[in-house]
Design a binder for this molecule. Structure first.
Ligand SMILES: [Zn+2]
Length: 419
């Protein structure tokens, strides 16, 4: 039994038309007109497949393919259908459309599994105008509550609670979400890699065993703004040259260690004028690593060097942490089911951590979760060039199909014995 690759590729192309822009990219943020359209299309198609549809309070779309009922609960497969501005066709939709393809394949072969199989499309996974990325999965697992969200609005003042209602969700439906947890027995998310580890190894796929932790802080450096002509070099307290040294230390440390990645991707210089020595610089430091210890070690070591820089340059450094997301270990039983399935299929497969946060990282707090990555060409994502080869997509689709059949057998062994 194999998935139908040409049908899946057509689906990817068809869904990619919604929000397609003049650069060949896709702009389909959640709650936009294009998102409304694609949701409608998706729900219609799930109905045509005979699936049982549920839209929860966060407007996540669930479609259930009933199993034999011999085992309780469902194995869930999914991802998200929203995109970043000028993004690609694969980030998100691949995982959702693959779930649809897998259920279609099972149906065509008249195979009923013992568990129900469910598709989910999570709302607003990408960062959006409400500043709430991985919104749907965070709501689903209870990390975002109706209380937290009641006044949330976008930059134009639109209330999130109203936007949710337009797509079948609503804060009043949040109490029902908790009751949905119990019957989710496993969650599998297929995603493009968004990196070049698979391409460098010339391997089509990877099973993901953990999701990195992310630490972000705002770093403010206070120097002394002064006349750029009359202030001699020895008398300066230049916040920007201090910041430059500090940023280079982040790069030096992370390159030398190899187990962390560090980035300064945002910076403000004040007063930002050609004839004034920079008096203040604010930047955001981001550190990601698979192990919490590596993140802490990086911060401590970088800060030591920063102290030396600030003393020498006579600037003041203040740091405020605003994100401290711990690494998430995905379910090791599920990881080995997919690793073994790849081995049985004779498909080379790596086991890697995910360097980006996905819905699966949140789902892991309520059910056994795992991710599977497919090779990204050129490591590109969040851009129109985002691409994965059809033959890689086919391999990974068949891996998930076989992995799910295997999971259906091995999950809830105790329950089947008592039936
Ligand atoms: Zn994504």
């Amino acid at each position: 039994m194999k998935i139908n690759l040409s049908r899946l590729v057509q689906d990817i192309e068809r869904y990619g038309e919604y929000g397609k822009n003049e650069h060949g990219g896709v702009t389909r943020p959640s709650f936009s007109y294009e998102d409304h359209q694609v949701r409608q299309l998706f729900i219609e198609e799930l109905k045509e497949m005979g699936l049982e549809i549920t839209i929860d309070g966060a407007a996540n779309i669930w479609g259930k393919y009933k199993g034999t009922g011999k085992k309780k609960g469902s194995i869930v497969i999914g991802s998200h259908l929203d995109s970043v501005p000028n993004g690609g066709k694969y980030d998100g939709p691949l995982g959702v459309l693959m779930a649809k393809e897998i259920i279609k394949t099972l149906k065509e072969h008249t195979i009923l599994l013992d568990h129900d199989i469910e598709i989910v499309s999570f709302t607003a996974e990408e960062s959006n105008d409400f500043n709430l990325s991985t919104f749907g999965s965070r709501c689903f697992v209870g990390r975002l509550t109706a209380e937290i969200l009641k006044d949330a609005c976008d930059s134009k003042g639109a209330l999130l609670s109203e936007e949710l209602k337009k797509v079948g969700g609503g804060l009043d439906k949040f109490p029902e979400i908790n009751k949905m947890h119990n019957n989710k027995k496993a969650f599998i998310e297929l995603h493009i890699e968004q990196g070049q580890r698979l391409e460098s190894a010339n391997i089509s796929m990877a099973v993901i065993n953990s999701v990195v932790g992310t630490y972000r802080s705002v770093v403010s450096i206070k120097g002394d703004p002064n006349h750029s002509g009359t202030t001699m070099m020895v008398n300066r307290k230049d916040a920007l040259t201090a910041a430059s040294e500090m940023i280079l230390e982040v790069e030096r440390y992370c390159k030398a260690k190899g187990n962390v990645v560090g980035t300064v991707g945002r910076i403000n210089v004040s007063p930002n004028a050609a004839n004034i020595i920079p008096g203040q610089v604010d930047f955001i430091l981001e550190i990601r690593a698979e192990a919490e210890g590596s993140i802490q070690e990086a911060i401590a070591s970088i800060q030591d060097v920063w102290h030396e820089i600030s003393d020498r340059r006579k600037v003041k450094v203040v740091q405020e942490v605003f994100l401290d997301q711990k690494p998430v270990l995905l379910d090791q039983v599920l990881v080995s089911v997919f690793e073994n399935t790849a081995r049985e299929m004779n498909e080379p497969c790596l086991t890697l951590p995910s360097m980006a946060v996905h819905d699966a990282a949140h789902m892991a707090s309520i059910t056994k979760s795992v991710m599977v990555f497919v090779k990204s060409i050129g490591g590109k994502s969040h851009c129109p060039e985002e691409f994965s080869e059809p033959e890689d997509i086919e391999k990974v689709g068949n891996l998930i199909l076989q992995g799910i059949i295997q999971l259906d057998r091995t999950l809830s062994e105790k329950e089947i014995k008592s039936v």
